[in-house]
Design a protein around this ligand. Structure first.
Ligand code: FMN
Length: 186
């Protein structure tokens, strides 16, 4: 009877700890993204599947309406924000604890060849020092390079990896890309 109890305790201990270890492993990768109309969100979910990372939606306190997103209107919210490099739209919800993550993907739609200003708010409100930051984006055709160059110039203390545009990328191509980055991650 005692031996059985001991065995039971050992198995319970193992299950609990293996479970915790697996959770910690999963928590190494964060896929944080902002998406106004769902395209970047779909890319982020695919990326989380491929990397085993956790998805986190960067959510503006005030959601963007269709009128806000109208790039033909110079006075629309997105036009006003993107014309002002100091604009920092507020975030909804409480601050995310980033301590557990070593690799942080940051995803966004390309707006005027840049990352939306809410990405700046996210970066400035979270501790990302010492982590590998990997930008990704979706767009109507523009590349990601200009937005990444700008982020690197704004936050030179962060450890940036090359970003990638994830327009219509297959899961296999995504896996190849993340494996290549992983090989370079210290
Ligand atoms: C205000 C605004 C500006 C945009 N600027 C660009 C641009 O400069 N280049 C581009 O290729 N697409 C541009 N787009 C298109 C988006 O990048 C594209 O539709 C993206 O996939 C949307 O992602 P989401 O659904 O996650 O918001 C812009 C869209 C909006 C709303």
């Amino acid at each position: 009877m005692k031996a059985k109890t001991l065995l039971f305790a050992m198995v319970a201990f193992l299950i609990t700890n293996v479970h915790t270890m697996a959770q910690n492993d999963d928590k190494r990768v964060l896929v944080a993204y902002f998406s106004a109309t769902g395209t970047t969100a779909r890319a982020a979910e695919k990326l989380a599947r491929v990397t085993g990372g956790e998805c986190y939606a960067i959510t503006p306190a005030q959601p963007y309406t269709d009128a806000d997103l109208n790039w033909h209107d110079k006075r629309s919210r997105s036009s006003v924000e993107m014309n002002d490099p100091k604009s920092r739209p507020a975030l909804a919800g409480k601050k995310l604890d980033t301590a557990a993550y070593e690799v942080v993907f940051i995803g966004y739609p390309i707006w005027w060849d840049l990352a939306p200003r809410v990405i700046n708010t996210f970066i400035e409100n979270h501790d990302l020092k010492g982590k590998t930051i990997i930008p990704f984006a979706t767009s109507g055709g523009s590349g990601i390079a200009h937005s990444v160059k700008s982020l690197k110039a704004e936050y030179p203390a962060l450890n940036w990896a090359d970003g990638k545009l994830l327009n219509n990328i297959s899961e296999a191509a995504m896996r190849q890309w993340t494996e290549r980055i992983a090989a370079g991650v210290k």
